[in-house]
Design a protein around this ligand. Structure first.
Ligand code: DC
Length: 208
């Protein structure tokens, strides 16, 4: 019953990679960023403050992992709000518990996020740490926004990527960092297919 942990900063390509890996090996997949986003959206929708730990933790306990939809939760404001409440220990505790229950599902799971290899599933069979330069990640985000028919300013997107990195790596509780036994994949100069093949080689070595 393998558990595959995939961590890395925003827009490094973890999401696409995780979905392909889950499909390839027939495993359940959880994008744990969506659990933070769903909590943030519930607070925003209810008009509740984003700086009250007790209120945010209560919302986190109510998040239904089966009802997570990236197309609804992808909005920039929700991502910003998610990264703010993700610094709160009681929120993390509630969501990590739910994520661990998911990780135990048969016949195995792929979880992607920021702290899967370090905190959520430190015993994961395979740990990947996916990175790309801030400029490459900002360009990907920028292209996505333009492709969706909206307007974007590359400099602003790059500033947002750097700010998100600072918040994710700088927080005291479960900061973004590679586990000691994580395999690094730098996707800056890789296509989706090349990144997938690199990951597959590492996973096959462990699972076979
Ligand atoms: O990957 P994402 O952009 O959907 O994540 C949104 C925010 O949630 C991100 O800024 C940090 C937080 N997050 C986290 O703290 N731990 C995780 N395992 C996943 C996401």
């Amino acid at each position: 019953m393998p558990i595959i942990a995939i961590d890395g900063p925003a827009a490094a390509g973890k999401g696409t990679l995780s979905k392909r890996i889950a499909a390839e090996y027939g495993l359940h997949h959880l994008d744990t960023g969506l659990t933070y986003r769903a909590t943030a959206k519930a607070l925003l929708d209810a008009g509740l403050p984003l700086d009250d730990e007790a209120v945010a933790a209560e919302m986190a306990l109510k998040v239904d992992l089966a009802g997570l939809d990236r197309s609804v939760l992808a909005v920039h404001e929700i991502g910003e709000a998610a990264s703010k409440i993700a610094v709160m220990t009681p929120v993390r505790k509630a969501l990590v518990e739910a994520q661990r229950r998911f990780a135990a599902k048969q016949p195995g799971t792929v979880l992607d996020g920021r702290d899967i290899g370090t905190v959520v599933c430190p015993g994961a069979d395979v740990k990947l740490y996916v990175i790309a330069s801030p400029e490459v990640r900002a360009k990907r985000r920028y292209d996505e926004i333009i492709a969706s028919g909206k307007d974007a300013d590359y400099a602003q997107v790059l500033a947002d990527v750097r700010l998100r990195d600072e918040r994710d790596m700088g927080r005291a509780d479960s900061p973004l960092k590679p586990a000691d036994d994580a395999h690094l994949i730098d996707t800056s100069n890789l296509s989706i297919e090349e990144a997938f093949q690199a990951a597959k080689t590492m996973i096959d070595k462990v699972l076979k």
